[in-house]
Write a protein that binds this ligand. Structure first.
Ligand code: DX5
Ligand code: ZN
Length: 219
């Protein structure tokens, strides 16, 4: 059986106390960092200098989710600073997404491909094998605290099937609205990595919230 990985999203943390907020999720598998540029999504968060500062104090490997235009230009920099995984949006790639994956890997990180809820997986089935992670968005990207879109579950299921039947080394990641009420559905559909922002940082005890989510995602 697959071991579920929990990746708290820093987007729901207190940005004025980043080092403390990072320390509160030390028992997570990855720390999910949402980079937004106010162009690809209608919100602006943080960029490379702040991610470098987070990396310097994080006991947990960074999972950078780039919701930005021209990802080919910026993604390798997030790999160079020491992130474990760097994910770019398929919709933002102007050229072949495989070129971006190659550059991210050359800079030392795993490479991820993200799909918005309305983006069909079929269009990217051929390039999947050139990535290490596939991030299936279960909300429209841009903000934390939105409701889980169960209608995206068939895409998670299809991703699982492609990975298993093709023997691909690709982790299926879900992001958006993951909490104690929804995580089991996403796990059942075949996700490996579960991003949770408000469900972890909104809890009194983030450590306990992480443990509870991990239990609920374990088959
Ligand atoms: C949304 C971000 C998510 C967000 C998830 O665009 O990509 O990572 O932080 O937050 P929750 O878990 O609250 O939906
Ligand atoms: Zn995210």
């Amino acid at each position: 059986a697959r071991t579920p990985m929990i990746a708290p999203s820093l987007l729901s943390a207190d940005f004025a106390r980043l080092a403390d907020e990072v320390a509160r999720v030390a028992d997570a598998d990855w720390l999910h960092v949402d980079v937004m540029d106010a162009h690809f999504v209608p919100n602006l968060t943080l960029g490379r200098p702040v991610v470098e500062a987070i990396h310097a104090v994080s006991p947990v490997p960074l999972d950078c989710h780039l919701m930005i235009e021209a990802p080919e230009r910026w993604a390798p920099g997030y790999a160079e600073l020491g992130s474990r995984n760097v994910t770019v949006h398929a919709e933002a790639c102007t050229g072949d997404p495989r070129d971006v994956a190659r550059d991210i890997r050359a800079a030392g990180a795993l490479a991820g491909l993200a799909l918005k809820p309305g983006t069909p997986l079929e269009r990217y089935e051929e390039v999947l094998r050139d990535f290490d992670t596939l991030l299936v968005m279960t909300v429209e990207p841009g903000f934390g605290g939105q409701a889980f879109m169960a209608e995206v579950l068939p895409k998670v299921r299809r991703a699982r099937e492609l990975v298993d039947t093709g023997h691909l080394q690709v982790l299926v990641e879900v992001d958006g609205g993951i909490n104690a009420d929804t995580i089991a559905q996403a796990a059942e559909a075949g996700a490996d990595v579960f991003v949770a922002g408000s469900a972890v940082y909104g809890a009194d005890d983030p450590s306990r919230a992480i443990a509870a989510l991990r239990d609920l995602a374990t088959p």
